[in-house]
Design a protein around this ligand. Structure first.
Ligand code: DLL
Length: 431
């Protein structure tokens, strides 16, 4: 079958290869159905639509999407635990959750079909990376309420890989197992990739069988990709997804051309909107990603404001043959933006700039000090002995326009976390 074939068989087996018109028709059909589905099956959505003065009949297609109200994490929390669920409890087969700053978790229930949808999206990611049946895959995100471990697992089963479900932690054992079982595909939260490299170097172990690295859950700057490519000897892939869309891999991943994340548009409709006005921004402009589930059953999100900042890279066919829209790697979260002394910046920008300095390691802390309402920032880094605080300050000043003070620590000295790394810390002080 040629890559450009666009008959029904292709759609059923490789939907990411069909023409954009076919994808759009498919999305139109599913979107109309989905609007009626949530209206009929969930009181929260019904109330929201009624308040906005719309009925499903009035939403004739995606051109009318702007009339449909958006939702955010707030609605998930207000309806905790299952107030946005569209199916009876008896057919829920699994749940995952993410905990946020407010303490009320975001809950995602799955039916059997939802688990299959997740597995299909994830399996597609594995195949896109070059994984083949029988390839050993080591799954290092935690197995539990966090969706990372189980999502990687469901997909690996679907793609018929050889699963090594190590879960999080015990890094030395992870490395020995990778050596002993000839792990070919390594999956992890971005910062854990760096941890593996450190410990691997300390142990003096090399992993020549490791070829593919699938990383996500945190911002994945080009500088970090380079560190992982060199340190681990893998081709790094940037995988994207979140609890609210159904977990890791549901939204997509970059292909081997590495020209943006292909969004699985047969399952999700995406928009990029201005962070404050929530109006659509033109392709190529930075904005907040808004996601609508087209194929989920238990809790489909309609116009979910992800909080993640990105832009459309291209809607043209990629050199890999896929026609699904590509978005830029996530550069931060709308609510992550730091404002200190009138300067706005994202932690990912700091990371990118720090890692340009030879000898600086990918572990750092951004400390926001609040001295009786006046904010200041300190940036602590880990680096080789020849890197001085002055060099770091000077570089940050040149590239970001401000020069935070900070300390330079020896590699390994700053605290590490299991799971997602904490980069930003707040300290309240009095004069
Ligand atoms: O972090 C899902 C995941 C697990 C993705 C493992 C990749 C690998 P949540 O805990 O719900 O789910 O967090 C979702 O993490 O809104 C983004 O802010 C961030 N995120 C996820 N993937 C990426 C990525 C998982 N590739 C939140 N780049 C999202 C940057 C990412 N940020």
């Amino acid at each position: 079958m040629s890559l450009t074939q666009t008959d029904d068989v292709t759609f059923a087996t490789q939907p990411e290869l069909v023409s954009r018109d076919e994808t759009r028709n498919h999305q139109e059909r599913l979107f109309r159905k989905m609007i009626s589905y949530v209206y009929e099956n969930n009181a929260f959505y019904r109330k929201r639509f009624n308040e906005a003065g719309i009925t499903p009949q009035e939403i004739r297609g995606l051109d009318d999407i702007n009339c449909v109200p958006m939702i955010s994490k707030t609605e998930f929390r207000e309806t905790y635990p299952l107030g946005m669920c569209c199916v009876p409890r008896e057919i829920i087969r699994e749940i995952h959750m993410s905990s946020g700053s407010t303490g009320v978790p975001v809950v995602m229930p799955y039916t059997k079909d939802d688990v299959k949808q997740w597995a299909d999206c994830m399996a597609r990611c594995y195949r896109m990376s070059g994984a083949a049946p029988g390839d050993p895959v080591q799954i290092t995100p935690s197995f539990g309420l966090f969706n990372g471990g189980f999502g990687m697992y469901h997909g690996a089963r679907e793609a018929e890989l050889f699963v090594i479900p190590t879960g999080a932690g015990n890094t030395e054992r992870q490395i020995r197992l990778a050596r002993d079982f000839k792990t070919r595909i390594f999956t992890a939260v971005v910062s854990y990739g760096i941890r593996i490299i450190e410990i691997m170097n300390n142990m003096g172990i090399e992993l020549p069988d490791l070829k593919i690295g699938i990383f996500g859950a945190e911002s994945f700057t080009d500088a970090m990709k380079k560190q992982i490519r060199n340190g681990l000897g893998v081709e790094p892939f940037d995988i994207y997804g979140m609890t609210e869309t159904g977990g890791v891999g549901t939204l997509g991943m970059d292909c081997r051309a590495h020209q943006g994340i292909h969004v699985w548009e047969d399952h999700y409709y995406i928009e990029v909107a201005d962070v404050t006005t929530h109006k659509p921004v033109p392709d190529g402009h930075l904005g907040e990603l808004i996601a609508t589930s087209l194929t989920r059953q238990a809790l489909p999100v309609i116009r979910f404001r992800t909080g993640d900042l990105t832009r459309i890279v291209s809607r043209e066919k990629c050199s890999c043959g896929r026609t699904h829209t590509r978005i830029e790697t996530i550069s931060g979260r709308a609510d992550d933006m730091l404002i200190v002394k009138g300067i706005n910046f994202f932690p990912s920008q700091v990371e990118q700039v720090l890692l340009e300095i030879p000898g600086v390691h990918p572990h750092y802390q951004i400390i926001i000090e609040d001295v009786e309402g006046v904010k200041d920032v300190r940036i602590n880094v880990e680096a080789e002995p020849d890197v001085t605080g002055y060099m770091v300050e000077k570089h940050l000043k040149e590239r970001l326009g401000f020069s935070p003070k900070g300390d330079v620590y020896k590699p390994g000295e700053l605290a590490r976390q299991d799971g997602k790394a904490q980069r930003v810390f707040y300290e309240k002080k009095t004069k």
